[in-house]
Write a protein that binds this ligand. Structure first.
Ligand code: TXA
Ligand code: MG
Length: 344
């Protein structure tokens, strides 16, 4: 298949036409790029799973561009959901609702709930409006790889497998949306993301976190967001996180690096602007500045993919505080490391 590449400044009517005809279009959002199809077209939705190599028990998020669209997709909007919508939509927050019977099983993978997000990015909003369709869209990567935060990475994974890609530059948040289940009490965070726990607590003080996220090492807890159980966000290289006080972490990382090099490995170090100059390794990349965790969130996936471009065998990574955006950053980083963490 010949994949068309559009610029986001072009007229989106051709991309909208592709969606109405059952095709797939990758589109920028404020979190990561999404791979979109008409949410009401089961066959088009099935093609998403095929293009990504996505397991067929992992449901998709439906993207809307008006609250009017929501009414067609859900049977109930609870008071909790209403509060979150008022506070955070449009934006990087996905809410779980009881699904309307109109939502195809291909989207929900047979669950009686559906995930909905009203994104803030102008390009996906315009595409939803131009097509007149709610869009089912997972992240636009090959399943298991870090989500793409620019069009180049979408092209790398999906060119030739989908009808079109809209290039809208870099994504601002860089990590996927927060997923909150509003069908239960207390409302529960199923995936940490762009809207932090602290921000949610300001609106809903009793919001809780799915225990499967907190105790991610205990495999007897099955996460309620099916996608959270898969190995994810993994570059080809092995990732190992070194956790502890920086004055102990840095020499330990440097030592591990030298040992691995002696064993014939090409070693990468995931550092920060503040620590980059302190290391010697084959490839040293700064993921952002410690003084602003949002910069680390924005560059994490791209940095992991950059290590693969550099063909390193192993990546030693700093760890980050788990408050604010750090919650989502460490959730993704720990998954990319398969929870391989060395505490010093
Ligand atoms: O920021 C984002 O959310 C991006 C952009 C493109 O919007 N999308 C994204 O989609 O990250 P995806 O498919 O990669 O992740 C969707 C997550 C998965 O963990 C999935 O299991 C969960 O949402 N999910 C979807 N429907 C669900 C449901 N009914 N109940 C519980 N979890 C659900
Ligand atoms: Mg994904």
């Amino acid at each position: 298949m010949n994949t068309l590449i559009f610029s986001s400044s072009e007229d989106l009517s051709q991309a909208a036409h592709i969606l109405r005809a059952g095709g797939l279009v990758a589109v920028p959002t404020e979190t990561v790029y999404g791979l979109a199809a008409n949410a009401f077209d089961s066959q088009a939705v099935t093609h998403i799973f095929k293009a990504k190599g996505r397991p067929n028990d992992n449901p998709l998020i439906i993207h809307i561009a008006s609250l009017h669209m929501l009414e067609d997709l859900v049977t109930e909007i609870s008071p909790v959901a209403k509060q979150l919508i008022d506070a955070f939509w449009p934006g990087p927050l996905t809410l779980i609702f009881k699904a309307s019977p109109k939502v195809p099983k291909a989207v929900t993978c047979g669950l009686d709930t559906v995930a909905i997000r009203f994104p803030s990015h102008p390009v996906i909003k315009e595409l939803i409006k131009a097509s007149g369709l709610p869009l089912a869209a997972p992240s636009a990567n090959t399943s298991g790889k870090p989500s793409p935060t620019n069009a180049r990475r979408v092209i790398e994974d999906l060119e030739g497998k989908i009808e079109a890609i809209i290039d809208g530059g870099e994504c601002e948040v860089g990590l996927e949306s927060t997923v909150v289940d509003t069908t239960c009490l207390p409302p529960t965070i199923l995936r940490p993301g762009g809207i932090t726990l602290e921000m949610l607590k300001e609106i809903l003080p009793d919001v809780t976190v799915d225990p499967a996220i907190l105790n991610s090492l205990k495999i007897n807890e099955l996460p309620k967001a099916p996608g959270m159980k898969y190995t994810h966000y993994s570059p080809n290289a092995e990732v190992i996180i070194i956790e502890g006080e920086l004055n102990k972490v840095i020499p330990r990382m440097q030592h591990l690096c030298l040992e691995a090099q002696k064993a014939g490995k090409r070693v990468g170090i995931l550092a920060t602007d503040e620590t980059k100059a302190l290391f010697k390794a084959d490839v040293i990349l700064s993921v952002g500045t410690m003084s602003q965790l949002s910069t680390i969130a924005a560059h994490l996936f791209e940095t992991l993919r950059h290590f693969d471009d550099e063909k390193v065998d192993i990546i030693y990574s700093l760890s980050f505080p788990k408050s604010g955006m750090g919650g989502a950053i460490m959730n993704r980083l720990e998954k990319s490391a398969g929870h391989h963490i060395i505490k010093v």
